[in-house]
Design a protein around this ligand. Structure first.
Ligand SMILES: CC(C)(COP(=O)(O)OP(=O)(O)OC[C@H]1O[C@@H](n2cnc3c(N)ncnc32)[C@H](O)[C@@H]1OP(=O)(O)O)[C@@H](O)C(=O)NCCC(=O)NCCS
Length: 170
């Protein structure tokens, strides 16, 4: 399956912040708050909430299969040098976590681990708002490349990234 991934990359220095900032503004105008796990506080309870939201959204990734156990998730996402809570963007409707955009740090790029929006909130550009809000994480890490990859049937995720300026890469 690995050879079929759609691999995408963005030059964050060339990102059109003015154009996509409008998604952030619209999101907030509609009552959706954007923050990071670093700002909220990186507690065990919030890590569990992130897992629950990630698991729920991942059920809609084509051929994703069974999701990790919480222990596996922690080992892969939190207990690694690439983890940084400043790269974990959360969208909230009141107290409800309705979206996540998780980015990890690597030597010369940042990597979008997971972007997801709860089904009832989709179609409003919240994914673009979250990723735009989190774009400064690349600067924090001192890099200007953002990478991701998707299952070829995941048209909404691929389309969302292409809209933001991601292009195909090796
Ligand atoms: C992928 C996902 C995060 C997108 O969430 P969303 O914010 O509701 O996305 P939207 O439908 O508002 O689309 C955002 C933009 O993507 C583009 N887009 C969306 N669906 C598209 C499609 N089928 N084809 C082409 N472009 C598309 C559009 O440009 C759209 O913005 P616009 O309407 O202002 O032009 C959401 O569908 C999801 O959570 N899916 C399940 C989890 C998943 O697959 N995550 C990705 C793997 S990590």
């Amino acid at each position: 399956m690995t050879q079929q991934w759609v691999k995408l990359e963005l030059d964050t220095a060339a990102f059109d912040a003015d154009r996509f900032g409008a998604y952030v503004t619209r999101c907030r105008d509609e009552g959706i708050a954007l923050t990071t796990l670093a700002e909220l506080g990186d507690t065990p309870e919030r890590r569990r909430a992130l897992y629950d939201l990630n698991k729920e959204c991942s059920a809609d990734i084509p051929e994703r299969g069974e999701f990790f156990s919480y222990e596996e998730f922690c080992a892969r996402r939190f207990d690694v040098p690439s983890y940084d809570p400043r790269g974990v963007v959360i969208a909230l409707d009141g107290d409800d976590w309705i979206g996540l955009a998780v980015t990890s740090r690597h030597r010369d790029f940042v990597f979008n681990e997971m972007t997801g929006v709860r089904a009832a909130y989709r179609g409003r550009g919240i994914s673009i708002a979250m990723k735009t809000f989190g774009m400064g994480f690349a600067d924090v890490c001192g890099v200007s490349r953002m990478k991701t990859f998707h299952h070829p049937a995941n048209a909404s995720a691929i389309g969302m990234n292409r809209t933001m300026g991601f292009v195909d890469t090796e």
